[in-house]
Design a protein around this ligand. Structure first.
Ligand code: 13P
Length: 258
């Protein structure tokens, strides 16, 4: 069993004070938790402060985005070096809001993934189909295109350290999560595509998280699926109670597997 990874994507939410408090609650609430990786991804302007709260704990700090270039005239962007300097070890790349609200293409996301690995930052690479794509039966096609284009040119040893997050666009922020069967079907497909391109060892080492309306009451069932290795949580990660409940669900699963 791969070590589960529960990550909170705070998106563009919270004040600085609330960010510090939430980070403190996650840090304290996960003290006795072993066998589960826990991470938070605050807005970029709060990263340094959140890092100072998390320092010394095992909670992972991730950014929500980064540019592929090191520096230059890219108003409004942050570089990999910048997010590293304020304590990030991880970064979310290719989130559907970046793709569909800000027009990020597969090739931009591929550039970002390559840069992240060059800099030793661990990417959480997001992909997922839109409602019309699911309804027209092209989910697998979309996933395959996003996966192949996103990973183009990466070395197999980088792919083996990757975290992928399957986030169906229609399930994000809608309260309508994919059923565990729907999610497992796509996760299984992603695993099979990885196996086909990179072999058994690499495919078996990639953690595939599910994201999209994850709540404490659906976390257990989603985590029970063989190819769901963790969760990328939006709304429910903004309240320490619900986020810690989801983390506990993963912890219980790890304990019961021993
Ligand atoms: P919600 O959990 O709010 O649906 O958001 C999911 C998500 O986009 C996490 O990256």
């Amino acid at each position: 069993m791969l070590r589960p990874f529960i990550a909170g994507n705070w998106k563009m939410n919270l004040t600085l004070k609330e960010s510090r408090e939430l980070a403190g609650s996650v840090r304290d609430g996960t003290e006795g938790i072993t066998g589960v990786d826990v991470g938070v991804c605050p807005p970029s302007v709060f990263l340094e402060d959140v890092y100072s709260v998390l320092e010394g704990s095992s909670v992972i700090l991730g950014a929500q985005n980064m540019h592929w270039e090191d520096k230059g005239a890219f108003t409004g962007e942050v570089s990999g070096d910048m997010i590293k300097e304020v304590g990030c070890t991880h970064v979310i790349l290719g989130h559907s809001e970046r793709r569909h609200v800000f027009g990020e293409t597969d090739s931009m996301i591929n550039s970002k993934l390559r840069t992240a690995f060059t800099k030793g930052i661990m990417p959480i690479f997001c992909l997922g189909e839109r409602l019309e794509e699911r309804e027209s039966g092209s989910t697998f096609e979309v996933i395959e295109r996003q996966l192949r284009a996103g990973l183009a040119g990466l070395r197999p040893e980088d792919v083996s350290r990757l975290t992928i997050a399957y986030e169906p666009v229609w399930a994000i922020g809608t309260g309508k999560n994919a059923t565990s069967t729907q999610a497992q079907e796509v996760h299984g497909r992603i695993r099979a595509l990885l196996k086909e391109s990179y072999g058994e060892d690499v495919s078996a080492s990639v953690r595939i998280l599910y994201g999209g309306s994850v709540k404490p009451d659906n976390a257990v069932e989603l985590l029970a699926q063989p190819d769901i290795n963790g969760l990328l949580v939006g709304g429910a990660s903004l309240k320490s109670d619900s986020f810690l409940e989801i983390i506990s669900a993963a912890f219980e699963q790890v304990r019961s597997a021993v």
